[in-house]
Design a binder for this molecule. Sequence first.
Ligand code: URA
Length: 432
Amino acid sequence: MNAALIIEKKRDGGELNSAEIGLLIEGYVKGDIPDYQMAAWAMAVFIRGMTVSETAALTEHMLYSGVTLSWPEDGPLKVDKHSTGGIGDKVSLVLAPLMACCDLHVPMISGRGLGATGGTLDKLESIPGFRTDLSVAEMQQVAEKVGCVITGATPDLVPADQRLYGLRDVTATVPSIPLITASIMSKKLAQGLHALVLDVKYGSGAFMKSLDDARALAESLVATGQRMGVETTALVTDMNQPLGRMVGNAVEVNESVAALRDEGPPDLREITVALGGELITLAKVEPTFESGKRRISDLLSSGQGLAKFQEMVAAQGGDLDAQRHVSPAHVIESPVAGYVHSMQAEQLGHAIIELGGGRKKMGDTLDHSTGLEILVQIGEKIEVGQPIARLFASNRAASTATASVLSAIEIGHAPVEPHPLLIEYVNTPNPS
Ligand code: URA
């Protein structure tokens, strides 16, 4: 079969076999199949969807389009957590060292900001000297020596995703559950993991705006991971407001350091304990989710994770004690009294991009010193003139961003319930 016939089969709702999917992926990476044919195929997948076995085949062909990490058989188990992305989501910075404190290794490959969400690599680069461009060999050395490493993908890791992601970005085919599944899982599986926990976010600051879509994505990710022999589960979590108080780069590193001293915000602690507890249970370090959560909670109280984080930062060339510049703070006060009803979390992420803390186009240089501190949460009662946020920015930039922040925090008269953070636990593969 040639590429045109495979695209036609998908367009007409047919199920592709592994050889057909492999022909497209391998041909695309080699340059034999042009962007316009892959774009047509991606749109056919976007509209028609994929079965679990098609998604698994796509993941596998993408995974083996480049090098994969392999580890000594007798070494510690390799684990990771992946978030589908949200505003203020800094859990990776806190969780990776905690896992290393449990004698697990975390070879985390992370990304940069995507849409309105910040990127783990961008946040870490606010630490003077920190390198996110480690080679595969350097990455393996740091993982073996420290127990955790957080770096970017090298060009030879899952090149199919690097090409396909750029194509999807400009052809309106990013929010497709099978394409997101293959993109995320191929990169995670290339790390040579034994266990993976996924934080699938839903709400105004997430890719998946509805709980149903987040649940479907979680089921697809879990089914694909399990099918490929990695212990995989997911938590569906609320992203209708930023996680923690800080949004930005340097300010999120500061909040992560505070969390590792057990002085962080309660929602960041709750999600770290849940994801960490789940991951160490999957890796059989603890027998139950409850004991797993207790272990992570005790580790946070002990402050041991901070020493491990410091060790990882130093091994990647950074200096955690060097000053991370934060722009001057501007307090934003509520013009009205009432209750916080909702937040346009994505708009808060865009406010950071406007301040220079995120990219408008590929290659933009970031200003790591800008940021936002959200002082209220959904359900909270507010008085007129009460500070609801602080902007870290120059005077001029702050006046434009203030209006955007004020309109993103919606205050109404009637009381509303606070949002629970942990919505669902997904560990059963979707049978379709
Ligand atoms: N994150 C990824 O890595 N890939 C996607 O397709 C979406 C989010």
